[in-house]
Write a protein that binds this ligand. Sequence first.
Ligand code: ADP
Length: 433
Amino acid sequence: MAMPPDDSAVDSSVNILVMNAGSSSHKVRLYRIEGPGLPDDPPDPLWEGKIEWSAPGGAERTVTRNTAVDKATARETLPPGTARADGVSHLLEMLWRGGMAVLGGPDEVAAIGHRVVHGGRHLREPMRVTPDVMATIQELAPLAPEHNPAACEGMEITEKLFGQAAPGVAVFDTAFHRTIPDAATVYPGPYAWVEQGIRRYGFHGISHAWCAERAARMLVDHDPGTLRLICCHLGNGCSLAAVRGGQCVDTTMGFTPMEGLMMGSRAGSIDPGVLLHLLGQHGGPTLSDLGRVLNEESGLKGLSGVSEDLRAVLSAIDGGDERARLALDVYIHRLCWHIGAMTASLGGLDALVFTAGVGENSAVVRRAACRPFAFLGLALDEGKNAGVSETDPGTDRDISRADSRVRVLVIPAHEEWAVARECWRLTFAGKAA
Ligand code: ADP
């Protein structure tokens, strides 16, 4: 097993900025880490900023400052036509300018962590951002067109604003999956695909790694070297990871984040024959139409016709909407089917872990996902399951019955903190002031 990182180091406080760039939003968080080491539990960010590019009334910026003295939130619609780079630069400048400032200037940021969705075959560990690393991330853009270019843009902006004094660290969503054996990553197409890097990479790795680590800490009766977990990251995007002894052995997403589970607006796995059929039809969809349909008009949204948001689908079901019912049934069927596949990859199961928007908040989905696995001795505590709600964001918790042979855990996702932690480790660990 890898040596545990040395988390004792600096003895003064440092400010770590985290950039999380996506297609529809850009999230920024500032964490103040008081020396000499990392805290055991995720601290609240000192400052959070977010731009939602496709908010209903136009691009919207939300900033929250969370100091010992006060907590305040400011929301504003950006002027129409604001370029993304300008929007993000202005957001970052609010760290030290105007009413929401928490810093005296950009020089108070010590290091910057960037979440990067696709690291391909070569970028497999957190690493310093260099021109070469940025070039590789940019080259991988065709594999993550919504995310990798946005991450590179974020790196350019922070380099301009903060200079070389605040080193950048890239943390990759694909990295946790590097231990998956070839049997689970190779597609059974022609061998040329293997040579071209057309294989399964897996995503949501920062979240899965976090959940696996937190679950191992909770399950003190299990040997962490053999512990078998399935992490269910159920947000707008959904994926599972099968983790044995802290190492990922299988996952549901593949070459792109489109494979696997049914998601908010993504179809997940479907017979590729359906695509050939549609593309071959006279007057059928173009490639880009098909991409849009599979990414944005499928999943819960496509089937229900209501929304990609599970809450809206559930309330439509309460109102008797049959299509919404069908959408939820397919979502649950596919979730259970893939949990079964991950159980086979692990050769058994010690704990099922739920995280992200749906996983943390939907008792309905957790109950339905657990039901078929009673034969493994998995027994959910209905009261504890129902008790975990948005009004009780809480901490990590066990919602299985005392006699359950498989534990069921709810572990809040902390992707930005997980990036901040890696950034701190790479930049400061072992460098006592
Ligand atoms: P992302 O993948 O964009 O990070 P999140 O992890 O924030 O998404 O998850 C967002 C989804 O979580 C929403 O679309 C919604 O369907 C779901 N969600 C949030 N709260 C609840 C809830 N109380 N009940 C059911 N679903 C919820």
